[in-house]
Design a protein. Structure first.
Ligand code: URA
Length: 209
């Protein structure tokens, strides 16, 4: 599929397997998700434009490349997306961070928005929307809807783990948005959880139930 990129790097796949393990503690889960987010961000930012930049080495002048400033934004889907922010900011510390709060209506599994605070200059930024789990795809597509309404033109979705159902929803509703993920699992269960998945990412991150 054109707008789906599955990241197969051995380090990513190794850490994802450890993350899935039910015996992985919250602390290790947080650390692994942080490392995976850094590795994913490295792949997601591969296409960023650069410009020439003159720099003086101890020996002479060199022309290097830099990523122009004020370009990046990370939009976190609360709450599990919080576990991915620091890992991304390690690579792009200047990125501005927005937050979108959605909860899933337990009956319809549709997202209901309760919070939204976005960085300035949305139309100018390359936006990375982050949520570890692309399950039904409704939260991600609702977030992308609101970003497009705010003028976003250049955005990608970064999800650690995806269900085929969510990938299909993204393809149908936002075919222009590339989805970066580390695996597409089998399917959703009747509660909207990814199988085999890793359980509830928010609960595993924060030690709640
Ligand atoms: N959200 C989660 O945390 N886990 C899933 O499997 C699906 C949605």
């Amino acid at each position: 599929m054109k707008n789906l990129i599955v990241l197969k790097h051995p380090l990513i796949q190794h850490k994802l397997t450890l993350l899935r393990d039910r015996n992985t503690s919250s602390k290790d889960f947080r650390d692994l998700l942080d490392e995976l987010s850094t590795l994913m961000a490295y792949e997601v930012t591969r296409q960023l434009p650069t410009q020439n930049h003159k720099v003086r080495t101890p020996l002479m002048t060199a022309i290097g490349k830099i990523i122009p400033g004020k370009m990046l934004g990370v939009v976190v889907i609360l709450r599990a997306g919080l576990g991915m922010v620091d890992g991304i900011l390690k690579l792009v510390p200047g990125a501005k961070v927005g937050h979108v709060g959605l909860y899933r209506d337990p009956k319809t599994l549709r997202p209901v928005q309760y919070f939204c605070k976005l960085p300035p200059d949305i139309p100018k930024r390359f936006l990375i929307v982050v949520d570890p789990m692309l399950a039904t795809g409704y939260s991600a597509s609702a977030t992308i809807d609101l970003l497009k309404k705010a003028g976003a033109k250049n955005l990608v979705l970064m999800c650690l783990l995806s269900a085929p159902e969510g990938v299909r929803v993204m393809k149908r509703l936002h075919p222009d948005v590339t989805v970066f993920t580390c695996a597409v699992d089998k399917r959703l269960n009747s509660h909207g959880y990814i199988l085999p998945g890793l359980g509830d990412a928010g609960d595993r991150l924060f030690g709640t139930r």
